[in-house]
Design a protein around this ligand. Structure first.
Ligand code: HPA
Length: 270
């Protein structure tokens, strides 16, 4: 994998991608974050050597290089999920590439189901911790020291400074945000009422099908992570309703303007 990462990095550097300040992963329905990026380059994943190609609607599969609030960012419009059939090593390959392009800080976003009764659809949660319940682990197998250590410290999966800064940005802009724990399941089924209950009993506030493998791989390489989750449906006791990908995308859209504002202001400050 190391050789493949370097090959992809070389390809992107030759396109003029360098001096990066942030990597950004855009989740379901949050693709329009791109609208606030001064785009310099747009590269479809299919043209990038070794990149997987995403198959999910609403995840268009383009790497975007440009300026956001004056900083150089590399944004993934479209991410890779375990349920698509990728191994978690494949799904997190772009995070490896980001690191070797010189990125030390990433912002990851997703849509999630809320299981905390204080949460409402369309609200935003800053992820302050996660629970990994994916059936696979991106670091399983022989460890390559060129990426990081065998046993990875996870005492601060989401960088506390970044979290505090983002909370301040939200407060200053009157954007309501929660903080809480995101639990990752494999999907692609949404949860049954009993599964939502399990998620809540495990100590999580939201549940989704992504992000955690990316953060694990980022931490393996000692990167700092900020996680933003948009609550698109609720898995509350006695109130679990029908949910669809379309409904999730629609609900994510309602928060899009606020998420854009948060990220824009956050990047400006750092
Ligand atoms: N469960 C899992 N993934 C999700 C959900 C959910 O309720 N909502 C958006 N992504």
């Amino acid at each position: 994998m190391y050789k493949k990462v370097l090959e992809t990095v070389k390809f992107l550097e030759e396109k003029g991608i360098n001096n990066l300040d942030y990597g950004i992963v855009l989740g379901t329905g949050l693709g329009s974050l791109v609208s606030i990026i001064d785009v310099e380059l747009k590269i479809p994943y299919s043209e990038i050597p070794n990149f997987p190609v995403s198959t999910v609607e609403g995840h268009s599969g383009t790497l975007i290089f440009g300026k956001l609030s004056g900083k150089n960012v590399l944004a993934m419009q479209g991410r890779f999920h375990y349920y698509e059939g990728w191994t978690l090593q494949q799904a997190t390959f772009p995070i490896r590439v980001m690191k070797f392009l010189g990125i030390e800080r990433i912002i990851v976003s997703n849509a999630s189901g809320g299981v905390n009764s204080n949460f409402k659809v369309g609200e935003i949660m800053l992820i302050n911790d996660h629970i990994n319940m994916m059936p696979e682990h991106p670091l399983r197998g022989e460890n390559d020291k060129r990426f990081g250590q065998r046993f990875v410290d996870m005492h601060e999966p989401y960088n506390l400074k970044m979290l505090e800064t983002m909370q301040n940005v939200a407060d200053n802009n009157n954007i309501k945000v929660h903080q809480g724990v995101y639990l990752a399941l494999q999907g692609p089924t949404f949860e049954t009422p009993a599964e939502y209950r399990m998620v809540r009993n495990m100590g999580a506030d939201t549940v989704g099908m992504s992000t955690v493998p990316e953060v694990i791989v980022a931490k393996h390489m000692n990167m700092d992570c900020l996680g933003i989750s948009v609550i698109t449906d609720l898995g509350l006791e006695g109130k679990v309703e029908e949910v669809s990908h379309e409904a999730v995308q629609e609900a994510a859209k309602t928060a899009e303007k606020d998420v854009c504002k948060l990220v824009e202001e956050f990047v400006l400050k750092n």
